[in-house]
Design a binder for this molecule. Structure first.
Ligand code: ACO
Length: 505
């Protein structure tokens, strides 16, 4: 039998008249050792007076012997029925931060439910609603529903819509996956051709942005330039808050943004190293065109495909920090540029997207296979993080890492053999010094190897990650905007107890 309000309420309730004095009501509370009285008009509930109200009255200098209760009570409070489920009492008390609620039957007050009553009933409070039990970093906490994809960390599996992401990367094109994310299904050939035409026509960036890029690139790293450039792009194209536009308009903006990001990034890099930007080519795939604009030469097909597969593998990955950031910003009704700028900021951190170049810097620092084990052992003993290892969700091998290791092997080159040896040592060292933490390579480790082998400069590793992930962010922004509710959680206050009098100077 579920617990009912009737089973846990205090009854009969302590009541007083609305014209009774505060002092009389306080005495009633004191005598009954309770924190509230129900204020009645005959048998009907007119209000509730709580200890908190008495404190307010005291702080305001009220005269308890003469001031009537009705001046300080909460009038017409929410009430519960005696046959409601006890969880309704919990929901109402916790949601409104009430401590007491009257229980009313047939119009007459029959009892009071307090927080204390609820705490007296074991296991009433659902674990998911307890702020105290929310893990640090929100690990494992479900914060939304999504039809875009998911990550199953224990199985080492993730998917876009209903398809394995790794299988998509092995068998389809980036444009197909992009279509899948934006439209919910894979395209047939005519649909794919039409989609590609739409994308290629949007690769150029507006003159207002082009003219600003030299100044931005002279000062910032390419990811910083992208963050600023997305803001400018939104302003140039007149993007309105998502709150004020329909899905079709937002989708159109999102397509344009995702198509333009590689152009911005490639130009930012080239300007930074003193080269002229290269215009986009409509005859190349999204990935090949990116390499063309970045390096100024048409990439070999296997290199274009390797980068395409990397981008496909990293388009989306559950509620990672940058995606969550994009959704939080969208939930406020802000515009597309604002959401993507925030996501870029989140991605830039080394605990998220800023790791692949650091992983390669580590390979350089290690230098030779024999040095790997002592180098790694020393680093972990010092408390350093081994870049490209460990993951919040995967407690087994990251499937992206295995796939990219294969891509790196097929590209060849000396770096992949060395990386494999370092991986072996790192897994052993971490298994030894961080026993039980289940730390394996994440996507970043072999991503760096693949990108370096394809000629992408290290500085462009995280920006390249951003180029693909923008498509994932945009998909989440569309989903959030389509069925929006402001994301606004609560924190547990753990500072000195308030209110403390503000000291005078
Ligand atoms: N090297 C050494 N120790 C590690 C590593 C690592 N790479 N990763 C986790 N640990 C250890 C921590 O020191 C901690 O040990 P402790 O229990 O003795 O304190 C334990 O494992 C758990 O670590 P957390 O920080 O709680 O794990 P979290 O889930 O927050 O970490 C993260 C995930 C941030 C990716 C972490 O593994 C890390 O810092 N990795 C290195 C950076 C990196 O590769 N980032 C790219 C991530 S992939 C992506 O975002 C696309």
């Amino acid at each position: 039998m579920p617990t009912r309000v009737r089973d846990l309420m205090s009854s009969p309730p302590v009541t007083c008249d609305a014209d009774a004095s505060l002092a009389a009501a306080a005495q009633q509370m004191n005598e009954a050792a309770i924190g509230s009285v129900i204020v009645t008009d005959r048998t009907k509930v007119a209000g509730i007076l709580t200890e908190r109200d008495l404190l307010r009255a005291g702080a305001a200098g009220a005269q308890p012997a003469v001031e009537p209760v009705h001046l300080w009570m909460t009038a017409n409070p929410d009430a519960l029925g005696p046959d409601e489920d006890a969880s309704a009492a919990w929901a109402s008390l916790s949601h409104h931060h009430y401590r007491h609620l009257p229980v009313v039957e047939d119009g007459a007050v029959v009892g009071v439910v307090s927080m204390r009553d609820l705490f007296g009933v074991a296991l009433l409070r659902p674990a998911a609603e307890s702020a105290a039990e929310v893990p640090r970093g929100l690990e494992g906490v479900v914060v939304a529903e999504t039809a875009i994809g998911d990550v199953r960390g224990l199985e080492g599996f993730y998917h876009y819509r209903q398809y394995s992401a790794v299988e998509l990367a092995a068998t389809r094109t980036l444009e197909d996956v992009w279509y899948l994310l934006f439209n919910g299904s894979l395209p047939d050939r005519p649909q794919a051709a039409e989609f590609i035409e739409m994308l290629t026509s949007r690769r150029s960036i507006p003159e207002g942005l082009t003219s600003l890029l030299p100044a931005l690139s002279a000062r910032g790293r390419p990811l910083d330039v992208l963050r600023s450039a997305v803001s400018v792009l939104g302003a140039e194209l007149g993007w309105e808050p998502t709150h004020d536009i329909d899905q079709a308009t937002l989708r159109d903006q999102a397509l344009g943004l995702c198509a333009a990001v590689p152009t911005i990034l490639a130009a930012a890099h080239r300007l930074r190293v003193g080269l002229e930007p290269v215009s986009p080519r409509p005859d190349l795939t999204h990935a090949a065109n990116y390499l063309w604009m970045l390096l100024g030469t048409e990439p070999a097909p296997e290199q274009a495909r390797a980068i395409e597969q990397y981008l496909m593998l990293t388009i989306d990955h559950g509620f990672n920090s940058s995606t969550f950031t994009a959704r939080v910003i969208t939930s406020t009704g802000a515009d597309l540029a604002a959401a993507v700028c925030g996501a870029i900021g989140a991605l830039s951190g080394p605990l998220h997207g800023g790791a692949p170049s650091r992983a390669l810097d580590m390979l350089d620092a290690i230098g030779t296979p024999e040095r790997a084990e002592p180098w790694l052992r020393e680093a972990v003993a010092r408390g350093d993080r081994i870049m490209g290892f460990g993951h919040r969700v995967y407690k087994t091998e990251d499937p992206r890492s295995r796939f990219l290791a294969g891509v790196a092997e097929s590209l060849g080159g000396s770096m992949v053999c060395f990386a494999t040896e370092v991986e072996r040592s790192a897994v052993a060292v971490l298994g030894d010094l961080k026993a039980g933490r289940r730390l394996y390579t994440n996507v970043e480790f072999y991503a760096g190897v693949v990108m370096e082998t394809c000629g992408i400069p290290r500085e462009m590793f995280t920006p390249t990650f951003a180029a693909g992930r923008t498509i994932g962010w945009a998909t989440h922004i569309l989903e959030q905007a389509a069925d929006n509710r402001l994301i606004r959680p609560t924190a547990r206050y753990v500072g000195p107890p308030p209110p403390e009098a503000v000291p005078s100077l």
